[in-house]
Design a protein around this ligand. Structure first.
Ligand code: FES
Length: 107
């Protein structure tokens, strides 16, 4: 387990997302509408587009291109056209920062 700082807690309001690269892994760092933090692979599994350009709401992030919503906890798409999940990484909050372990994907 190697946690690294991905961003500051103050960087995102609830229901927002940003792109961060850690150890060469492009991540979508999402703060859900309930305030919880999540880190998933930024690349949509259906096409070559960034999920961090999509919308975050109610535990999911919607790909802006074709509308698949990926669950922020499991990485699984909730509906077509995407059928493959994105990787989900552990996060923790410490000292005002959001930490992510890209070496140990949860899913
Ligand atoms: S590119 Fe993301 S759903 Fe098609």
């Amino acid at each position: 387990m190697t946690y690294q700082v991905a961003c500051l807690e103050s960087d995102l309001e609830p229901a927002d997302v940003m792109q961060v690269t850690l150890n060469g892994v492009d991540l979508a760092i999402a703060r859900d509408s309930d305030g919880s933090w999540h880190a998933i692979d930024d690349l949509c599994t259906h096409g070559n587009v960034s999920l961090s350009d999509g919308d975050v709401e109610d535990g999911g992030i919607e790909c802006w291109k074709h509308g698949s919503v990926f669950d922020l906890k499991t990485g699984r798409p909730r509906q077509l056209p995407a059928i493959h999940p994105v990787a989900v990484y552990p996060t923790k909050l410490e000292s005002g920062s959001v930490w992510v372990d890209v070496d140990s994907p949860i899913h």
